[in-house]
Design a protein around this ligand. Sequence first.
Ligand code: GUN
Length: 300
Amino acid sequence: MAAKIQGKCQVYLLAVPKRCMLMAEILDGVALAKRIKDDIKKEIVQKNLEVGLAVVLVGNDPASRIYVNNKKKDCEECGISSVEYIFSESASQEEVIALIQRLNSDKQINGILIQQPFPSHIDVFTVNESVSPLKDVDAFRADTVGRIAVGSYGFLPCTPAGVMELIHSTGVPVAGKECVVVGRSNIVGKPMALMLLNESATVTICHSRTRDLGDVTRRADILVSAAGRAGLITAEMVKKGAIVIDVGMNRDKNGRLCGDVDFEGASKKADYITPVPGGVGPMTRALLMKNTLTAKSLQS
Ligand code: GUN
């Protein structure tokens, strides 16, 4: 299980620096995700693999429904079979775990994804821990996250892994850079910081109790915001020439999808910036496909 895949990772170069431009280079997550998915499909076809992902949804969250449908489409594009399991809002934790245990021993299923958030009566930690470590394609198990800390892992969590791909696509080396991560969630902020640290960055994690957020973010050569608050990162909080990665997925006052970063303002300061939508979101899904293929090889 302790297969280390980091060394084999291919770096996809997407952006070319444009030193004379005032506006930042936009990091196109849709284009980069497509290249990753095309490579996955090629490998599946060339090796004649049968790869399966189980997608589990509990309840009626409309956003989760959309995410699950998008993940199913990605599976189709990559030649991965997906099987969907939908529970009603009132399903018990025991029912959900019983399904996961069945999927853990199903040879047709290589990866198990349980879409979050769950209804409040279901304990996220207990459900995540019930997924087999060999099928934990979300990389949400505690031991999977712990493996990142020691640099020996099978899976990386999809969103931070997608962010690393976006950063690598700039061609800017991470080693020695000041990196600031805003947000300390178990699924994005904490693993993100570990992954940047593993690449020899100097890393700071900020959160809701950080005293002067701008004071810290202005030091960032690479700024990753995963706070989930529209308008949190303004232009004056961004260092000139920075790489700005926006993981936020919020609604503005007009109901439109937006990130944490003031895109217009920050793109006048940054060298590279991700849009929302079209930045990190498609990359998260592409890395889920990559993890599912990795799961297949770990189980073979
Ligand atoms: N809900 C929001 N993002 C994610 C994700 O990456 N995986 C799962 N399982 N649920 C989510």
